[in-house]
Design a protein around this ligand. Structure first.
Ligand code: HEM
Length: 350
């Protein structure tokens, strides 16, 4: 009150602004950060969430490339398609693969723009800066793994363990990239606790185990998807019995791992969500994680029962990505608690 009175007496906030800027230049702390972390331009926050959404679309289109067997649509050329920029008589496979490459190229421009804008908009110790750098590194990795898959001929009907290894690596990198994008957008949107040292760390082991469990589910899923693509079945009974025949490909014989890992990971995710239900601000997010988990189980079972039609494969990957994004935000909110909130909670508990 005294401070407000003084401000009014000396000409209000507008009159005080030049003095504040003068002090700011001396002590080198931007006032917008000293008073609150939440000074990020709304347009940057929207752009960050938009880039995340665009990435999900590019990834889901990647599943269409695999499911339609179009991975070699451009031949063993990268980044050019069939060694040229303009295709004269493109096949459908070439168009699907080319669309994937074009949308991925636009994506590179988007993540570079996001990093530059973030560095310009937030100060040095802001966590969004670190995550924006991680996004650049993981995008570069993503392109490298994609290029290696093509250059090493690990596309189309290739059923080698090397292909399975690179696909697992690809999916892991993809999920880490989505996590880095999510955390960039999340920290840009935080009201407080976005600066290094401005939050307390709570239950990191629980969150990291939950995230690792979903990563394992994703990798086993990408191997199941490869098995479905290489050895399509025409009826469900035949598809299931093949999985346990000694003469079947190893890719089919490990397919059971995916639903089993998904069920085990699901129990863990429900536990994380249940813990978060106690915090009023996280209740909707925790309910969203459980809702997406149930939806993912439903789409997964339909996918299996209908012998993995392309549309359901894409839907399963999309819901899986959304579940992962929601879980990353929930874990960030659960583990990296703004210090003011910790003090308030401790006072409330006392
Ligand atoms: C936590 C829950 C789950 C997650 C995060 C998950 C994630 C995934 C991922 C990432 C893929 C690879 C998609 C691709 O590379 O295109 C996949 C494939 C697959 N999943 Fe799941 N899944 C889950 C639960 C289930 C369940 C409960 C079933 C059914 C029993 C199931 C059935 C399948 C099948 C049949 C495939 C291969 C065909 C396809 O690509 O759609 N999933 N899953």
């Amino acid at each position: 009150m005294l401070e407000m009175g003084k401000l009014r007496a000396t000409g209000g906030f507008r009159a005080a602004a030049p003095r504040m800027r003068a002090i700011e230049s001396k002590v080198r702390i931007p006032f917008r950060m000293a008073s609150s972390d939440n000074s990020t331009p709304a347009a940057l926050r929207r752009f960050a969430w938009g880039v995340l959404g665009y990435n999900v679309a590019v990834i889901v289109w990647g599943a269409a490339v695999r499911a339609t067997g179009s991975g070699d649509g451009c031949g063993e050329h990268w980044p050019l398609c069939q060694g040229t920029v303009v295709l004269q008589h493109p096949t459908i496979a070439a168009m699907i693969e080319l669309a994937h490459r074009a949308t991925s190229g636009i994506d590179v421009l988007c993540v570079v723009a996001l990093a530059i804008w973030t560095f310009r908009a937030v100060p040095k110790r802001h966590l969004a800066r670190a995550w924006a750098v991680a996004v650049l590194v993981l995008t570069f990795n993503e392109a490298l793994i994609g290029a290696l898959l093509v250059e090493l001929g690990l596309t189309a009907n290739n059923a080698s363990p090397a292909r399975a290894f690179y696909l697992g690596l690809h999916l892991t990198n993809t999920l880490l990239l989505l996590a880095a994008l999510t955390l960039t957008a999340h920290f840009l949107s935080r009201r407080s606790g976005a600066m290094r040292g401005s939050f307390a760390v709570r239950a990191p082991g629980l969150a990291l185990t939950g995230l690792a469990a979903v990563l394992v589910v994703g990798v086993t899923g990408s191997l199941a998807a490869l098995g479905d693509t290489l050895y399509p079945a025409h009826d469900l009974w035949r598809a299931m019995s093949r999985d346990f025949e000694p003469g079947s490909s190893w890719l089919l014989r490990i397919r059971w791992l995916h639903p089993v890992c998904a069920l085990l990971a699901g129990v863990f995710l429900v536990w994380i969500a249940a813990r978060s239900l106690g915090r009023a601000a996280d209740q909707r997010l925790a309910a969203g994680v459980v809702g997406l988990l149930v939806a993912q189980y439903a789409v997964g079972m339909m996918d299996l029962a209908l012998l993995t039609p392309i549309g359901l494969q894409m839907a399963h990957l999309m819901v899986g990505d959304l579940l992962w994004i929601a879980l990353v935000v929930l874990c960030a909110r659960m583990c990296l608690v703004p210090k003011a909130a910790v003090v308030a909670a401790e006072r409330a508990a006392a």
